[in-house]
Design a protein around this ligand. Structure first.
Ligand SMILES: *Cc1c(COP(=O)(O)O)cnc(C)c1O
Length: 464
């Protein structure tokens, strides 16, 4: 059943015109993009659901705060606005701004992790995995088994399996484990939440062994909303209280502020001790800028300070998360197979089940992205073989990921419920004609950088 979605808790005061390109224009745009969604010009897209990163709309309060930017190199007032917001909303005494989430990862992993270290995770996000790799360390996935079952309705599919965590600690030992890390919500697992009870257990395991807990907290407000709805003990708490309780479990956090904190650019590291602060800061100065601006303008810090407060607004979160679920429900009603339950920031379509007649080596998720663009000038992104396949350098043998997904990420405060209905209708139309989609994609240019293939690949349609 399709649940009702609440009306938008905002009204529109400035419009950004978008146009719908016609069929010929879409074909030309696809050719020019080499059939890669990252190659499209945004002007050729009507509804852009490529990512929810930095693509949301700021509030009038954030725009007003931008005028208060203090651009001093060191110790600017804007830094202290941010520091105050971090203390009030998240409870950490030390705030380090950086330019985005992966920069937070760079300064933290580069400062606290040494070669050969092992980091137990629920699951790392792909940039996080990259930075672990870059630090010559590795990670162990300790997420619960339910995370891998597409139709399992577990309420907290991002949870850490405590037995797996204990096993990892026993196997590698405290000396090789600089910290435990949990991604909230679990992006790589489909935006699935982690319960407060689970975070407290993980934190207790860490304390027992003397290992700190870090959170990758890009979607911490969405995670708090899910906790309020799904964890009985927390039903009477406000989102702000749940968020604070979540943060109380952690020794430090890295944040892409382009997600829940509602800014177009920005990232954050926050920690509790001066000792950790001084371990991290040299690398901030090396890569980002002085410790009180971290690669951002003073005005960006002001907008972020306001965004940190706004992200805890329950009406905003209820609308956002319900809107994501609304899209998922409309698609399911039209027969389109989606990952269940629908997560906080995106709907993931099972492209392998949508186009079962296209072999995974012909990139079905990316064929689907082309067909959906053709149908409605809508942009999403394939997350399947093109993004994650492994090709053996010697034998050329290809191994494919377990899941072949197509993601529609919903921007914050950007599209209305009627845009969502348009997206669902277009995709259901593609689903109805799925049997006639009898072609695949072939890579004609493969970028030499491992793991970044899907951003830069050139593709060519081939008939099957
Ligand atoms: C987006 C994201 C990152 C990386 O942040 P960027 O701002 O894109 O560099 C890291 N972790 C998670 C969970 C994310 O969603």
């Amino acid at each position: 059943m399709v649940a009702k979605v609440p009306p938008e808790p905002f009204r529109i005061k400035m419009v950004e015109p978008v146009r719908v390109p016609d069929g010929d224009e879409r074909e030309r745009a696809l050719e020019a993009a080499r059939f890669n969604m990252f190659g499209l010009r945004a002007a050729d897209v009507y509804i852009d659901l490529l990512t929810d990163s930095g693509t949301g709309a700021m509030s009038k309060q954030q725009w007003a705060a931008i005028m208060m930017g203090d651009e001093a190199y060191a110790g600017a007032d804007s830094f202290f606005s941010l520091k105050k917001a971090v203390k009030e909303v998240l409870g950490f005494d030390y705030a380090i701004p950086v330019h985005q989430g992966r920069a937070a990862e760079n300064v933290v992993f580069g400062s606290l992790v040494k070669e050969g270290d092992v980091i137990p995770f629920n699951m790392p996000f792909d940039t996080t995995r990259g930075h672990i790799f870059n630090a010559k360390a590795s990670s162990v996935d300790c997420v619960i088994d339910e995370a891998f079952d597409r139709t399992n309705q577990h309420p907290f599919k991002g949870n850490v399996d405590i037995a797996k965590l204990e096993k990892a600690i026993a196997e590698y030992g405290k000396a090789r484990i600089p910290f435990i890390m949990v991604t909230i919500t679990n992006n790589s697992g489909g935006g699935q939440p982690v319960s407060l009870a689970n975070l407290r257990e993980v934190s207790a395991v860490g304390k027992k062994h003397g290992i700190p807990l870090l959170l990758d907290a890009a979607r911490m407000a969405e995670n708090a909303w899910f906790i309020k709805r799904r964890e009985k003990e927390c039903a009477q708490m406000s989102i702000a209280e749940i968020l604070k309780a979540t943060m109380d479990t952690a020794d430090a956090i890295t944040v892409s502020c382009k997600k829940d904190p509602l800014v177009n650019i920005g990232g954050l590291v926050a920690c509790r001790t001066e000792e950790m602060y001084y371990k991290i800061v040299p690398r901030v100065i090396l890569f980002e800028g002085f410790a009180t601006y971290g690669g951002l303008a003073g005005r960006d810090l002001e907008a972020l300070a306001v965004g940190l407060h706004e992200m805890t607004d329950e009406q905003h979160l209820t609308h956002r998360i319900s809107q994501v679920r609304y899209l998922g429900d409309l698609l399911e009603e039209g027969g389109v197979p989606c990952i269940q339950p629908i997560g906080g920031h995106a709907v993931f379509i099972d492209a392998a089940a949508f186009l079962p007649h296209i072999p995974q080596g012909s990139y079905p998720a990316d064929v689907l992205s082309v067909e959906i663009y053709r149908e409605g000038a809508i942009r999403g992104i394939g997350l399947g073989a093109l993004a994650f396949e492994n090709v053996d350098e010697k034998t050329g043998k290809r191994t494919f990921p377990k899941l072949e997904l197509f993601r529609l990420a919903i921007n914050r405060r950007t599209y209305t419920n009627s845009h969502i209905e348009y997206v669902a209708e277009s995709i259901v139309n593609v689903y109805k004609r799925r049997d006639s989609i009898r072609w695949g994609l072939e890579m004609v240019y493969e970028p030499p950088v491992k793991g970044l293939k899907h951003f830069l690949a050139h593709l060519k349609p081939v008939s099957l």
